[in-house]
Each structure stands twice: as C-alpha cells, then as structure tokens.
Design a protein around this ligand. Structure first.
Ligand SMILES: [Zn+2]
Length: 71
C-alpha cells in the first residue's frame, strides 16, 4: 500500500498516510495535529511499504568525519 506524505498548510506538520489509490480518491485528509483540512501532498514523499526513502547518512546522529562526537 502506498504511503503518501502530506504537509499541513496551517502548522507545517508533515505526516504520512497509508492508503490505497481508491481510498485516497475519496478521502478527506486532515492534519493530525490541528485537524486543519487543507493539507498539501508532498509528491516526493510517496513511497511504498517495505521500502525506505531518504534513509540518509545524516540521520544516524553522527557528524560526518568527526568520529569522536559519535560517542
Ligand atoms: Zn496542522
């Protein structure tokens, strides 16, 4: 099932929602933070379950070449 990423236009909260194409076409997406109904789909955020995107090098808590700061 595809996971769609949305960003709330009011509070900028970014959230993901997993639903089928069919569900998506009739779904009313609201922000889980503020219940605002005007959210924008982040097209680049679409991915499929089982795959990870953007699992980058910078998300591990390390700071690049400075190995010392990783503890
Ligand atoms: Zn919001």
């Amino acid at each position: 099932m595809p996971i769609y990423e949305y960003r709330c236009k009011r509070c900028d909260h970014v959230f993901e929602k997993a639903m089928s194409m069919k569900e998506k076409s009739g779904a009313k997406i609201v922000c889980p933070e503020c219940s605002f109904e005007d959210v924008q789909q982040q097209l680049f955020g679409v991915n499929f379950s089982g795959k990870k995107t953007g699992d980058g090098k910078s998300s591990g808590g390390c700071c690049g070449d400075e190995a010392d700061c990783c503890g």
